[in-house]
Design a binder for this molecule. Structure first.
Ligand code: PEP
Length: 706
């Protein structure tokens, strides 16, 4: 089951990671395109003009970078819990946005994959629902994600990724997008891009005519239009798409001379030879730093018989402003602003056409200098279409980012492996030495064995927040009956919620099964609404109390100081304390388990007197093994329990340590109990889930008989 869970989590995680990496990357390499999309959203929300353009651009770079980085964090399983929560938050937000797009259709294309892939709003919504499901699965079981890099080195991968993606964004902003997914790529013949292939499906429209007569408004279609009735006065037309046909990649490229109203598209696109197009959607905000080079190219074009036109969506005033600032003498023609923004991601940008084919493009930062234009274009490299260098760019990305990351991961894994091997070797050596020492001295061995036999063997159940009163009484009765019929070989305790205690006490045979609570208050008595004191627990007939359980530390913020108070009150009221300690997965992976456990014991129980200590039972419960189905191996548990016994010995002396019962807890069940209990330092188990079924619990108790 847990294998299946792990497979599902890792599939979902891979799906999320690859989607985020791809969509973050294609947006990061086109920061202006993403900014324009943010502008579309603001317009749809009625906020056009409210947010300054530089804020939109900053948001575009930050959001795309965040998406890419998040994808890498998911892929490498870095900060699994936090990242999985952020992912769900993001996916909830994106799903809501795509639902709004699907219902209201305020924007045609959500822009989630930049210009690389266009999805309809419904497709986007479905995609987001699937990803949201995946994100929820990963958030539910974040620790099932297999790690590729140890915690110590995660920060390197994180910082490297952030630097890489922002560098790519800024590079694309300064020059042009590293990869060009728009239909105006180098090598594209614009006229060809506008052609409809033979037999392609045409878009079907429905036109509605609105007419009025005597104040009454009516709609007609082409067949019902009142051609012969002049009493109807035409008001307006409406057009809607009935059936979407094929749309050529370029469908909105149209150049107009505003002065004459003439359409110059055909003339410019069929021109023999070279044509320079200076593209600026808005001349008022265009970057004028390089106007010297632009004017120089215009002069060069005139001298060599090439055409040079400015294309803009600005008004006459904007053109005048540009001419005043730059001294431009070249003609300006008009084109749709969105088309201009699509042709080149730079304002202004320069495009070189040869017989209507785009053979080069430059951002305003890279405009060729006069010195570079020292011969006619056919003799210069910039006059020829550059070779397709997509693979070179992909290789550059691999060398600059993927390769160093892979090297980091390999180095990290190798280091972790060699550490593990070293530790294992040391442990085996210690174990061997221990065995030799102890087996050689039979006397000492016998003594230790006897000591171990003297220690109480205990199996304690922790019901947690399960079972109603009636169910609890029935379960306790069943356990009691089973043990009456087949006497246990160890002490048995069941720890129940407060409300069960008194009733369960009535059905238990005290000599067979001890009763305990799962908690008690850190105050003696008084106005502490909802609390249950140690004295109250004791008055129900209970003899034990579990304190320091990781679930109480984690969910109820029980600190070492609070637990110290609880322990003190429990002992003062004659209760035996089952005191829990254990490390989280992160702490174990950072090899801090000994330090954590020692601090927990020092913080709450090591202050006790030797007399008080007699009523302490310790339970080592690694948090990563509780309720997860992941048991610590018997060697791992033994190693830790031996360590705990050694620090108890340091504090209270060897003899007391040998008499202290130390239990293991964490997914202990009928299958693994015997193996765990066979270890010299493991004196029994604290059992959660498996204590809720009498048969399972009994099978664990019976492990002491093997
Ligand atoms: C516990 O919470 O004490 C415990 C050991 O739980 P489980 O056996 O379910 O892992």
């Amino acid at each position: 089951m847990s294998k299946l869970k792990s497979l599902l989590v890792n599939i979902c995680r891979l799906l999320l990671a690859l989607t985020f990496i791809f969509s973050g990357f294609v947006k990061s390499i086109d920061p202006l395109g993403t900014q324009y999309k943010i502008g579309d959203y603001l317009e749809a929300l009625g906020l056009a003009g409210v947010v300054p353009e530089w804020v939109q651009l900053g948001t575009s770079i930050a959001l795309s970078g965040l998406e890419f980085t998040l994808g890498v964090l998911i892929l490498l399983a870095i900060q699994r819990r936090l990242v999985s929560k952020i992912t769900v938050g993001l996916m909830v937000f994106m799903t809501i946005v795509s639902l709004w797009l699907t219902i209201g259709n305020p924007i045609q294309d959500c822009g989630c994959f930049g210009d690389a892939i266009h999805l309809s709003n419904t497709e986007t919504f479905v995609k987001n629902v699937v990803l949201l499901f995946g994100a929820i699965v990963v958030m539910r079981y974040p620790l099932y994600q297999t790690r590729f890099i140890s915690q110590n080195n995660q920060w390197i991968a994180l910082h490297f990724t952030i630097i890489f993606i922002f560098a790519v964004s800024l590079l694309s902003l300064y020059h042009l997008p590293v990869f060009d997914f728009r239909p105006y790529y180098i090598g594209q013949n614009i006229k060809k891009g506008m052609e409809m292939p033979k037999g392609a499906k045409q878009t079907k429209y429905k036109t509605t005519f609105i007419c009025t007569k005597n104040g009454v408004q009516k709609e007609f279609d082409e067949s019902t239009y009142p051609y012969n009735d002049s009493t109807w006065v035409f008001v307006d037309t409406k057009q809607e798409v009935l059936e979407q046909g094929y749309e050529p990649p370029i469908h909105d490229f149209s150049i107009t001379d505003d002065a004459t109203g003439e359409d110059l598209t055909e003339q410019i696109l069929t021109k023999e030879g070279y044509t320079f197009l200076l593209i600026s959607p808005h001349l008022e905000v265009a970057q004028d730093r390089n106007f010297g080079n632009i004017d120089g190219i215009y002069e060069y074009a005139k001298e060599n018989g090439y055409s040079f036109y400015g294309l803009t969506a600005s008004t006459e005033q904007g053109i005048k402003h540009w001419r005043n600032v730059t001294g431009a003498e070249y003609p300006f023609y008009t084109m749709d602003g969105t088309t201009l923004k699509t042709v080149i991601r730079s304002n202004p940008g320069l495009v070189l056409l040869y017989k209507g084919t785009i053979i080069n493009k430059w951002s305003h930062n890279d405009i060729p200098t006069i010195e570079e234009l020292n011969a006619p274009l056919p003799m210069l490299t910039i006059g020829r279409e550059p070779e397709n260098n997509t693979w070179t760019k992909i290789l550059a990305m691999i060398l600059c980012y993927i390769l160093p990351l892979v090297v980091l991961i390999i180095a990290d894994r190798f280091l972790a492996w060699s550490k593990w091997v070293k530790k294992r070797e040391m442990w085996l050596k210690e174990k061997e030495e221990w065995l030799i020492k102890h087996e050689q001295s039979t006397k000492l061995y016998q003594l230790l064995k006897r000591k171990r036999q003297m220690r109480k063997k205990i199996v304690a159940g922790n019901w947690k927040m399960n079972e109603t009163l009636q169910e609890g009484v029935a379960l306790a009765t069943e356990i009691n009956d089973a043990l009456k019929a087949d006497k246990p070989n160890c002490d048995v305790v069941i720890c129940t919620p407060f409300i069960h205690l008194a009733s369960v006490a009535n059905v238990l045979d005290k000599d067979l099964v001890g009763l305990g609570a799962e908690n008690c208050a850190d105050k003696e008595k008084g106005a502490y609404t909802g609390e249950v004191s140690a004295a109250m627990v004791k008055s129900t007939g209970a003899e034990y109390v579990i304190l320091g359980h990781s679930e109480r530390r984690q969910y109820y913020a029980e600190t070492a100081e609070i637990l110290k108070e609880k322990v003190q009150l429990a002992l003062a009221n004659g209760l035996k304390v089952i005191f829990c300690c254990g490390e989280s997965l992160e702490e174990r992976e950072a090899n801090k388990q000994n330090e954590v456990v020692k601090a927990e014991l020092e913080g709450s129980v090591f202050h006790l007197s030797a007399e008080e200590w007699k009523n302490i039972i310790l339970a080592y419960e690694p948090i990563w093994a509780i309720g997860t189905g992941k048991t610590a191996t018997s060697d791992q548990a033994e190693e830790m329990l031996a360590y705990i016994r050694s620090i108890v010995a340091d504090k209270f002396g060897k003899e007391v340590a040998e008499e202290t019962s130390i239990l293991y807890g964490g997914s202990c069940n009928a299958k693994n109990a015997s193996e765990l209990f066979s270890k010299p330092n493991i004196d029994g188990g604290l059992i959660g889930g498996a204590s809720l079924k009498a048969a399972d619990f009994k099978a664990i108790i019976d492990a002491w008989k093997k």
